[in-house]
Design a protein around this ligand. Structure first.
Ligand code: NAI
Length: 264
């Protein structure tokens, strides 16, 4: 059949940098983008994990190369982005996904240390990556930035204020940059995942996960990383050219449930 529409839903040939790509949602995103024909820069602080994900993509016939970097060391970020863009001949898509837990009671003696580290990785690294990637994203003609925030970016939980504050920061930064970069051909959006089975939630006992999901999530389960990766993919498609500054919640209905699950 002759095509009746003009926008493309393919990222084949695009160059995508995914941070935190050795595990969880980053790994699922790297896999999915490679499945879709993108050339993927796999970046993480976990060297073994980077090697494994790159090997998985290459074994499946995809295109990927790995970079090991701890994003806490902000001075190392720009040189690696330049290396990635030089290796692949450009950069079209940046997925700011790497993140850590940032739980601490406000009275805890560890609070400041947790806050500093959480903000360095969950928020400051995003701006370092964006600033380094921008010269390439603007050249792309269809540059895409997706920041992975959290439902903690639109609500709050006790004992989690460093994480919640950083994730609210991610949502705010996404909105401001969406406005600022709109005239440079780059869209900026964010994803707010709810409870997802990843390395970050691996230590939560299964029983606690089940109870939480039964009471708080209309779909009655944790999500899988791949379900979030597909939402991320939808924001980087060439056809998503008019989606800018959006906050896409992927949480099984967790944040919109009014009755706390009391009747279900
Ligand atoms: P994960 O722990 O499975 O993966 C995170 C990856 O980021 C790991 O491979 C880790 O090595 C990497 N990373 C952490 N700190 C780094 C650093 N300083 N430099 C380089 N790489 C670093 O966790 P998950 O859940 O896949 O996390 C991805 C994103 O999703 C994070 O931003 C997290 O805050 C967010 N998120 C996770 C939720 C969940 O329920 N799992 C819910 C909402 C948001």
């Amino acid at each position: 059949m002759t095509k009746l529409t003009k926008l493309s839903r393919s990222i084949a040939g695009k160059v995508a940098l995914v941070t935190g790509a050795a595990s969880g949602m980053g790994r699922a995103t790297a896999h999915l983008f490679a499945d879709e024909g993108a050339r993927v820069a796999v970046l993480d602080r976990n060297e073994e994990g980077v090697k494994t994900v790159v090997a998985e993509i290459l074994a499946a016939g995809g295109v990927a190369k790995g970079w090991t970097l701890d994003l806490v060391h902000s001075a190392g970020i720009a040189p690696v982005v330049v290396e990635i863009a030089t290796h692949f001949g450009g950069l079209d898509i940046l997925i700011n996904n790497a993140g850590i837990d940032g739980s601490a009671r406000i009275q805890s003696h560890r609070y400041e240390e947790v806050w500093e580290r959480c903000f360095a990785i969950n928020l400051a690294a995003h701006h370092h990556l964006i600033r380094a990637a921008l010269p390439y994203l603007t050249k792309s003609g269809a540059g895409r930035i997706v920041n992975i925030a959290s439902t903690e970016g639109v609500g709050g939980s006790a004992y989690s204020s460093p994480y919640t504050a950083a994730k609210h920061g991610v949502v705010g930064m996404t909105r401001a940059l969406a406005v600022e970069l709109g005239n440079q051909g780059v869209t900026v959006n964010c994803i707010c995942p709810g409870a997802i089975h990843t390395g970050l939630t691996a230590a939560i006992p299964d029983k606690a996960k089940e109870t939480f999901a039964r009471r708080r999530v209309p779909l009655k389960r944790y999500g899988d990383p791949e379900e979030v990766a597909h939402a991320t993919l939808s924001l980087v498609l060439p056809a998503s050219s008019y989606i800018n500054g959006a906050t896409v919640v992927v949480d099984g209905g967790f944040t919109i449930q009014n009755n706390g699950g009391a009747l279900s």
